[in-house]
Design a protein around this ligand. Sequence first.
Ligand SMILES: C[S@@+](CC[C@H](N)C(=O)[O-])C[C@H]1O[C@@H](n2cnc3c(N)ncnc32)[C@H](O)[C@@H]1O
Length: 262
Amino acid sequence: MDWVDDFYSRTGHWWGRAESGIGERDRGRVEQAHRLRGAEPGRVLELGCGYGNTAAAFAEAGHRVVGVELTDRADRAAVHTDRLGAEALRVIRGDFYTVELDGRFDVVAYWNGFGIGTDAEQRRLLRRIGDEWLAPDGVALVDVFNPLVWASWDGEEDHLTPNPERGYEHELMQRLSFDPVSSTAVDTWWDAAEPERKITQRLRCYGPADLRLLLEGTGLALDAVIAGGEPVDLGGDHAGHAAMLRERHEYLAVLRHEPLSG
Ligand SMILES: C[S@@+](CC[C@H](N)C(=O)[O-])C[C@H]1O[C@@H](n2cnc3c(N)ncnc32)[C@H](O)[C@@H]1O
């Protein structure tokens, strides 16, 4: 995907100062992981870890954490690694399709990024999680983009005004569209000062049923879906489910090795 480095590096320069500190979202992710596997210290791998702030929140909670990030967003993680030490937190600038890592992890997480590649690439990543990284009784936590909500945003435009006190220095424009054939969100941004320099991310979205198909043959199985912090009973009837139909642009997929125990 040739747009990936440019998109996340450029947006990282726009938002890094505002968003690289540890915040509520990062601590919420740690709490979610603790609810799913217990809070005892373990090894955590975070894929696409951006500025390293969620990884740092896991390290603060006592885990030994490795983060992998493709772009120069990883440079901002130095403030966390310097403070917490290399035993607790290591952030590797690298590509999760090729990076070589030692040992297995109790938690493998990919927050807010799954779907940046093609179906074949997503499958490759899932296979790496199952075959190489996830401990036998480990849990993989993967945010998955929800096609129904992204589709409902087709045609929307947004205008973000700068807020330098909070670290947002740029006046930004966003235009959203959705490709219903490939189930892909097309999310275009530009700095109002440089309208000719637009950047676009393309996010493949999967409903839970499609995710199950994608998982076939990867050695991983969908154990649970959590939307807005609430578990979605995978065996239930969900006609009219407001969170999945209208409210949550991503849901958390909880994956474990096949066969699922219990
Ligand atoms: C939408 S951002 C989310 C960042 C962070 N996980 C969060 O929740 O704030 C997706 C991140 O994944 C990274 N990424 C995408 N493809 C990657 C790859 N092949 N290897 C490593 N990182 C990648 C991007 O550079 C970006 O920082």
